[in-house]
Write a protein that binds this ligand. Structure first.
Ligand code: 5GP
Length: 181
C-alpha cells in the first residue's frame, strides 16, 4: 500500500503511514537519548492527542536516560476550529521545580496551547523545559512558538489518526491522514 492510498473511509489521503511514523519516532528517541543522557527526565504527555505518539516515543528512548512519565490535560478544540480557550484540566502529579521536563504534544497549530502551558510550567522553575511534537503546522501560528523536537512539518490541513481526533474519533488509526470534510 502506498502512502497516498486511503486506509479508512474517513480519510482523504494518508500523510504518514505506520512505517514512516515508526522510523521518525525512532530518530526522535535517539536524539532525545543523546540530549538527556545521564539525566533524569520527566516526559509529560499532553492528553489526549499525544498518547499514541508518547507510547512509541517512550520506548524509543534508551536506558541512558532515567525517564519519569507524567501527564497534563488542557482544553483543546471542539470540531476543527479553535475555541481559543485554554484551561488546565489535569496538572502534574509532582512539582516540576528543578526537573528536566519534556512536553509531548500531538500537533502544534496556532501555538496558543503550548505557549500558555509552557508559561505556566516555567513559573514553577523547572531546570529545563522543552517540547517534542509529532506534527507541526508552522504556517498556522498566531503566536511565535518553536518546539525543539518536531516529527514532521505539515501544511494547514485537518489531520486525524495516531492519537489525533475529530470529536474523539479516529484516534485509533495507525497512520496520520487528512480528514474528509
Ligand atoms: P494550538 O493551540 O497550537 O492551536 O493547538 C494545539 C491543539 O489543537 C492540538 O493539541 C490538537 O488537539 C488541536 N489541533 C490542531 N490542529 C489539529 C489537526 O489538524 N487535527 C487535530 N485532530 N487536532 C488539531
Amino acid at each position: 500500500m502506498t502512502p497516498q492510498t486511503a486506509v479508512h473511509p474517513a480519510l482523504n489521503r494518508v500523510l504518514f503511514d505506520e512505517e514512516t511514523l515508526r522510523a521518525r519516532i525512532k530518530e526522535l528517541g535517539a536524539q532525545i537519548t543523546r540530549d538527556y543522557a545521564g539525566k533524569r527526565l520527566v516526559v509529560v504527555g499532553v492528553l489526549k492527542g499525544s498518547v499514541i505518539f508518547l507510547a512509541d516515543l517512550l520506548r524509543a528512548i534508551g536506558p541512558a536516560v532515567d525517564v519519569e512519565t507524567d501527564f497534563v490535560a488542557v482544553s483543546s478544540y471542539a470540531g476543527t476550529a479553535s475555541t481559543g480557550a485554554i484551561r488546565t484540566l489535569l496538572d502534574l502529579r509532582q512539582s516540576p521545580e528543578g526537573k528536566h521536563l519534556l512536553l509531548i504534544e500531538d500537533i502544534v497549530d496556532t501555538g496558543l496551547t503550548l505557549t500558555s502551558l509552557t508559561e505556566t510550567l516555567r513559573a514553577h522553575h523547572p531546570s529545563s523545559l522543552e517540547v517534542c511534537t509529532l506534527l507541526d503546522k508552522t504556517e498556522c501560528r498566531k503566536v511565535p512558538f518553536t518546539p525543539k523536537y518536531v516529527g514532521f512539518k505539515i501544511p494547514n490541513e485537518f489531520v486525524v489518526g495516531f492519537g489525533l481526533d475529530y470529536d474523539e474519533r479516529y484516534r485509533q488509526l495507525p497512520c496520520v491522514g487528512v480528514l474528509k470534510i
